[in-house]
Design a protein around this ligand. Structure first.
Ligand code: PEP
Ligand code: MN
Length: 372
């Protein structure tokens, strides 16, 4: 059961204290508190765990300061959508809104290689009106002898350049909890020129200690990728691990499933699950067409497979796109064969807009049908 307080009630308010005391005295119930930071307001929620079946929803709803009470199923307690659940499906970070209702594009380098490439990429993004990017500093590689990323040494110049080109959020994978501190230190050292969304890669989806660590910190939002060899339920539970530690600013990323049945694509594209994740949870949903498809193959109609699957995800309501670009793909140290080029950026963004407009038209169409 979730007890949701009226907006902006904090521990300083008498109603907050009253409700908290009341709930703490309930027998066989453990209390866990969460703050939901929506775009307009902060909501305090108390999760009641234990013998909740005997509790009266109405009685608790009548306590001063309580906005509403939601009975929840066992599944995805914090991130799930439950009956009569009107909790936010959006959050804001560093001026960017992440929502089940909008779309943000994170085009950028799979891996930071040179300062010059970072700058070329960021300049092109600014020229195309973009405020987000992806930049990998810590790379989890299958082969121990492959380039592992520049790690913390590249962070200061990546952040400074991001600030210079008006980038507000960088999606950056971390592979160890110490890296959160390294990122925080580099941001402090450079004067907070930009923001970072911590990315948990597909190889770490069930690294529970890492999930708990990014859940304990509340500063950075988290992009958690679906595990490429586990069920959707297991991956959403991984996101729930992050939320259960207190950080609910999470985007869920689809990036394809590992199976030879996907050949000739690198992974089996799973963007049919965009609306499914939105139905099951309140998380905005990201698609990663680059790591799903993995090649620059072009269909006979002249459109890259990567752009076909991007459009498929966007027309189904995706809220974020993570996509590899590189100024010179042949020189990229990681994933060059799947990178789009800077010349293709404007064309790509226009193609995304075509699909997004089609999705918005589909929404209007569906609403008109359901109201007749
Ligand atoms: C990435 O986005 O750079 C990446 C390694 O993705 P994934 O974890 O989905 O393979
Ligand atoms: Mn990659």
């Amino acid at each position: 059961m979730i007890v949701i307080l009226q907006p902006n009630l904090t521990p300083q308010h008498a109603e907050y204290q009253f409700v908290r005391n009341y709930l703490e005295k309930l027998p066989n119930i453990t209390l866990r508190e969460h703050q939901e930071h929506g775009t307009q307001q902060v909501l305090t929620e108390f999760y009641l765990i234990g013998d909740t079946a005997v509790l009266s929803k109405e009685e608790i709803e009548h306590l001063p300061g309580v906005d509403r009470v939601v009975r929840i199923s066992e599944e995805y307690r914090i991130l799930g959508r439950h009956r009569d659940d009107h909790r936010p499906t959006s959050f804001e970070y560093n001026g960017i809104v992440f929502s089940q209702d909008n779309l943000n594009v994170f085009a950028g380098l799979c891996a930071v290689d040179t300062r010059e490439h970072v700058e070329l990429m960021l300049r092109a993004l600014q020229a195309n009106g973009q405020r987000c990017t992806r930049m990998g500093a810590y790379k989890p590689r299958t082969n121990p002898y492959s380039f592992q990323g520049h790690g913390k040494t590249c962070l200061p110049y990546v952040f400074e350049l991001a600030g210079k080109y008006g980038i507000k959020v960088i999606a950056m994978e971390i592979t160890h909890e110490n890296q959160v501190q390294e990122i925080q230190q580099a941001l402090d050292q450079t004067g907070q020129p930009t923001g970072v969304m911590l990315q948990i890669g597909t190889r770490n989806t069930q690294n529970f200690e890492l999930l708990k660590a990014v859940g304990r910190q509340r500063h950075f939002p988290v992009l958690i990728k679906r595990g490429f060899g586990i069920t959707l339920e297991e991956s959403i539970n991984a996101a729930e691990y992050v939320a259960s530690e207190g950080n609910t600013r999470i985007v869920f990323g689809l990036r394809g499933m590992k199976t030879n049945m996907a050949d000739p694509h690198r992974n089996f594209v799973d963007f049919a699950h965009v609306p499914v994740v939105k139905r099951l949870t309140r998380m905005p949903v990201c698609i990663d067409p680059s790591h799903s498809v993995g090649t620059r193959s072009v269909a006979p109609d002249g459109i890259l497979d990567i752009m076909h699957v991007t459009a498929q995800g966007v027309i189904a309501g995706a809220n974020m796109i993570l996509i590899d670009f590189h100024p010179h793909p042949a020189k990229a140290l990681v994933d060059g064969p799947q990178a789009l080029t800077i010349d293709e950026l404007a064309y790509f963004l226009e193609d995304v807009q075509i699909a997004r407009t089609a999705y918005e038209q589909r929404l209007v169409h569906a609403r008109a049908f359901h109201t007749v």
